[in-house]
Design a protein around this ligand. Sequence first.
Ligand code: PLP
Length: 533
Amino acid sequence: MRAAIMQERQQGSQRNSRQLGDTPPEEFRRQLHELADWIADFREHIDQLLVAPNDTPGAVRGQLPKHAPEEGEPFEKILTDVDRVIVPRMVHWSHPMFLGYFGWTSTAPGILGEILSAPLNVNAMTWRTCPAATELETVVIEWLRQWVGLSDEFEGVVYDTASVGIMHALAIAREEAAPATRKLGLTDRDLPRFRIYTSDQAHSSAEKAAIALGLGEENVIRIPTDDQFRIDVNSLGQSIAEDLRNGFQPMAVIATVGTTSTAGVDPVPDIGNLCREAKIWLHIDAAYGGGFAMLPECEWMRNGWELADSIVINPHKTVFVPLDFSVLYVRDLARLRRVFSLVPEYLRGDTVDAEKNYMDYGIQLGRRFRALKAWVIWRSLGRAGVVARLREQIRLANLLADWIKKDDRFELAAQPSMGVICFRFLGDAAPSPRAAGAARRRAASIDGNDKINSDIVERINASGRAYLTQTKLRGRTVMRIGLGNVLTTEEHLRKGWEIIRETAEAARPKSQIPKPKCQTNFNQPNSKRSKRD
Ligand code: PLP
């Protein structure tokens, strides 16, 4: 044992003289150039990669050693393994044929912004621990606020995701509904059960927030939606009234501007008025739709925002900032500070009271310099560049919707909204809903068609030629495309639509393949055909 320790020490001291400290500058410079070329090549040739792998779980683990290396390895070797093991086993969200979720926000300037933050690697807990990071955060939050036309009564804070933003928003709502919860918690205080209302299309982050805040996921009440997947305000009002009669306390309503499945937009002004009357916190989840509110033609989406208490917008979904970057805006941000500010002695010396210390506005202490990448990308594109790119996404979404409408084997499952299109292959329920028996056939084939629609998505994704997602609307499986990648052109979309049509035909069960109308046998020109033919 002693000998082993001695030997380890001896080896350690030999290694130390060679290996302590950082990579020598010249070597680091060479590696950076190599990496720069790697990144530029990756971006230039990304369309030649498969969008997604077709591996089974464990495919990556199986290629890698079970134990961490004892001795350091050269960067070149690590980069080779990135090419060999990592890149082929990724879903390439930045690929032009990635049509899943809301598309993705990779751009060359966004990549530069990310790279630039790496060497700085600060911890922006307080203004003093990094004045530039703190002040730049305030600046970019303000730029976005102006771009989306939000009133200056709102100030914001950057978190990683909208899920974290909504949790912080509801923490303020909770504190205001049950004062002193921050100090005393919720138990043993004879409090009513608090309720949160949102639509049956809203994101599951509502329940996650209720779980985290001790409010209980069952107290998130899902309200039905209309034929455009917008919350039914009458049902909302009734639900609130019924809860009040039963001794519950309505605490918050979450309205969505750009729902996860169909990008539907709730009637925010009506919801806002209802919340004002009933003194209920209004949170707007504009994680997806918020960016589109920059477009003059989408200004209507901002209606009612002036009635909100908090709004979340995800620039990592629609304003071209690389993941992760989500902004929570709160009317009178001091309310958020009152819930979360807590300065331990070891940080007191590093806080300047007159300045914003972002650690005071949430659960997180350590905070990375997220604002830098937003600043780089927004300066690189400018407002006009962002708007033009979002407008192109809407144009492409409408184009695809037209193609779908023209093919009677498919139907739109929801009105296209922003960059999102939900649609469905009808299988043998097509083509004409007016044909005798079509309704019956249609009903009978719903289950089968759910499976076919799901199969189409799975087959396409497994092929690596394109990537899309599926969702359920009114209990039925539909395919879903989200456009967002700056590399996705009309040509890519056309190719994607071809792939969908081809795959749909291949996925159709044999019994559904329509017989050719005329079965002329050209080898026997005079052959007699029976009537049944
Ligand atoms: N809200 C909506 C409408 C969403 O679609 C999503 C995610 O897709 C979220 C919230 C959660 O976003 P995040 O991943 O930033 O937590």
